[in-house]
Structures are given as structure tokens and as C-alpha cells.
Design a protein around this ligand. Sequence first.
Ligand code: HEM
Ligand code: HEM
Length: 223
Amino acid sequence: MNNPQEANVQTQSAASPTQIKVWDILVRVFHWSLVISFTTGYLITDKFPLHAYAGYTIFALVLTRIVWGFIGTPYARFSAFTYSVQETVQYTLSALHMGKAREYLSHNPMGAIMVYLLLTMLLCNTIIGTMLYGAQQLEGPLEGIVPTHWDEDLLTAHEIMAKALLTTAAFHLSGVIWASWWHRQNYILAMFTGYKSAFTRRSHREGSGETWTAEERARHQHR
Ligand code: HEM
Ligand code: HEM
């Protein structure tokens, strides 16, 4: 199932757009479990071990997603959403100028930056949190390993990183809403169903020159 064209394209009637299975079950479960555990961890910071368990869940989810980024289904692989600087600049400029921003089936170049940032920051803050848990509360796997007098610095780092994460997640959500409007495609629904349309209403209607077939898009993405 390494060929997205053959594996994922379900051709419907000539009038309706082609639906392509983009997000597999692992990506969808990963995303919504991440949203739940991140919200729980962020909102409940005074109840232990609940906060720590929410954090460990995030750690396990992110590690699983990283492995899936190498061995997973075609659109979930990092190779499907790793872009050159030139392509990222091009996309960003056309998006900012409300130009003809090309639509991507996997994460678009700006979305991909957010995804990499979020995964990295989540991983870092779960590690810092676990160190803090050991130093401050003498609990968790790093208890006895992290010096107790690091607790204040670790708390500061954990707080700053948590705020930075919330800010990045807010940019991520705004980006998703903006792109959904711009490309006339409900990306949030796609994160539940797994399916995206190969031809969006906007590109279809306006004939922007970006109405690729699924095969063309997939070929481009897997170049
Ligand atoms: C991405 C995951 C995490 C987020 C977003 C997060 C967020 C937060 C926030 C917002 C605070 C409150 C900081 C403040 O006092 O202003 C906090 C405190 C804390 N977190 Fe986390 N956390 C995460 C993961 C973890 C993990 C995995 C652990 C430990 C296993 C942990 C242990 C702690 C501890 C010990 C405190 C200090 C509580 C206190 O001083 O009352 N966190 N965290
Ligand atoms: C209710 C709030 C949220 C909504 C509606 C939402 C929606 C989405 C959507 C639609 C995508 C796919 C975008 C695309 O098609 O390119 C996505 C991807 C992603 N989101 Fe969110 N998101 C939310 C909150 C969060 C939060 C809080 C985090 C982490 C702190 C997060 C982390 C991610 C990550 C890591 C991906 C990449 C998924 C993957 O490739 O496996 N999201 N999100």
C-alpha cells in the first residue's frame, strides 16, 4: 500500500470530486487523543498523578507518530510533507497575497512547519515535565536522577514551553481554519473521516490552473 494513487483513490461519479483517503486511522486517533491529553494536561496542573499521566500519554503519542512518520501510510510519512525552502516561500507568499496557493493533500508547507514545531515542543516539554516531577515532587522515572535544586529553573522552563505550545497550537488552529476557507475544503472534518477531495470547489470554479488530478498531486508529492 505504498502507492497512494492505487490504494487511496475512490473515484465517484463524474460530477462529484474524487475522494482520497489521506489520514489513516492511526493519524486520526493520534490527533484527537493528543488534543484531549494536551487540554487535560494544560488545564489540570495541580492534580497529580493526573497531570503526569496526561503528559506521559502525550509523550507516547508523539513517539508513535514519529515512528509512523517513517513507516506509515503514504500521506502520513514525513517525506510527504517535507518541502524545500523555495516551495515553502512560494506557498507562503501566494497564501499571504491571497494568490493562487497550491493545495496539498498532506500538510501544506506552512502546516508542515507547525506540525514539526508542535511535535518537537511537545516532546521537549514532556521531558522537562518529567524532570521537574522528579526534582520537585520526588516522583516519576527521573526521581533521584535529576538534582532537586533544579526545580525552580525546570518549573520556569516548563511554564514558558507550555505557553509557547499553547501559542503555537493557536496558530495551528487559525491556519487550519484559514486554509479550510481558502481552499474551500473542511480539513477538520477530514481529520475525522480521513478523506479529502481531490478537486475543491474553489479551484474547480475558478479554474486557477491548480486543479490537479489525484495522480498528478500524488506524483508531485512523492517526487
Ligand atoms: C506537553 C505536556 C505538558 C504540558 C502542556 C504541561 C503544562 C503544565 C503547566 C501549564 C503547568 C503549570 C505551570 C505553572 O505553575 O504556571 C505545569 C506544571 C507542572 N507540570 Fe506539566 N505539562 C506537561 C507535561 C508534564 C509531564 C509529562 C510532567 C511529569 C511527568 C509534568 C509535571 C509538572 C509538574 C511537576 C508541574 C509543577 C506543578 C506545581 O508546581 O504545582 N508536566 N505543567
Ligand atoms: C480543536 C482544536 C484542533 C483542531 C480543530 C485541529 C485540527 C487539525 C487538522 C484539521 C489537522 C490536519 C491539517 C491538514 O490537513 O494538513 C491537524 C493536524 C495536526 N494537529 Fe491539530 N487541531 C487542533 C488542536 C491541536 C492541538 C492542541 C495540537 C497539539 C498541541 C495539535 C497538533 C496537531 C498535529 C501534531 C498535527 C499533525 C497530525 C499528523 O500529521 O499526524 N492540534 N490538526
